[in-house]
Design a protein around this ligand. Structure first.
Ligand SMILES: Nc1ncnc2c1ncn2[C@@H]1O[C@H](COP(=O)(O)OP(=O)(O)O)[C@@H](O)[C@H]1O
Ligand SMILES: [Mg+2]
Length: 226
């Protein structure tokens, strides 16, 4: 589902004497349907940079990121912006460590939106969103409120529900369980298992070793770019 070739990325800090920070160097990564690959390396080893590149948030200096989008392969490095948006809409789901809160939009609408964008009828979106919010223990009295006043853990569970509301063929997870207690981490692990079982290709970063070893089919070592 994902084929990364020869991927290099150096950040240039223009406001700090143009210092060059090599983060990825000729990185290679292949992820098949139904497996979860966990990026593994110390803090600053480029895990988030690689994951963001897989979502085309960062443009690498060299290399290719081929992803299976329906029946075609798309190289996210060279694809035009509208193609990238199309791939994100139906093929790649993204869960970051924090929810980007949109003022005045209810938790339920935040979760339903990616499914609504695919043209799924509202009632069906509601059922799926409600089921996810319930499984992630977000109390029902919060569903119609905007998440801006929620606790960090509650916001994160809304974020995770949003990431899993569409059955994306590819899922990118950047420390989704970082602010969760054991019970909710277990709920996320369950969602990951189900996604793998339906054939999703997952790339994740998990700070917690127990979660990491539980979900990883394979660890992908990171670091020593320079
Ligand atoms: N947008 C950016 N601009 C400049 N430097 C960055 C940027 N993003 C990450 N870095 C640097 O790249 C290195 C790797 O960061 P990151 O990918 O976040 O590591 P990890 O997720 O493994 O902790 C760090 O030294 C970080 O400071
Ligand atoms: Mg990181």
């Amino acid at each position: 589902m994902i084929r990364v070739e020869n991927l290099s990325k150096t950040f240039v800090l223009h406001h700090q004497n143009g210092i060059h920070l090599p983060v990825l160097w000729k990185a290679e990564l292949t992820v098949n349907a139904g497996e979860c690959v966990v990026l593994h390396g110390h803090s600053g080893s480029g895990k988030s940079t690689l994951l963001r590149s897989l979502y085309a948030n960062y443009l690498p200096d060299t290399g290719h990121i081929h992803v299976k989008h329906g029946e075609e392969w798309v190289d996210l490095v060279t694809a035009p912006a509208r193609k990238v948006l199309e791939v994100r809409k139906s093929t790649i789901g993204w869960v970051s460590q924090f929810l980007r809160v949109i003022p005045r939009v209810s938790a339920l609408d935040v979760v339903m939106q990616p499914l609504l964008d695919l043209g799924v009828p509202r009632e069906e979106c509601y059922v799926k969103a409600a089921s996810l919010l319930t499984r992630l223990n977000v109390p029902e009295h919060l569903w119609h409120l905007a998440p801006s006043t929620f606790s960090g853990g509650e916001q994160q569970r809304v974020n995770i529900a949003r990431g899993f509301v569409v059955d994306y063929p590819i899922l990118l997870l950047d420390e989704p369980t970082a602010s969760l207690d054991e019970k909710n981490s277990a709920a996320v692990v369950q969602l990951i298992d189900e996604a793998k079982a339906r054939g999703a290709a997952i790339v994740g970063i998990f700070h917690d070793e127990a979660v990491r070893t539980r979900v990883a089919d394979r660890l992908h070592p990171m670091g020593a770019a320079a």
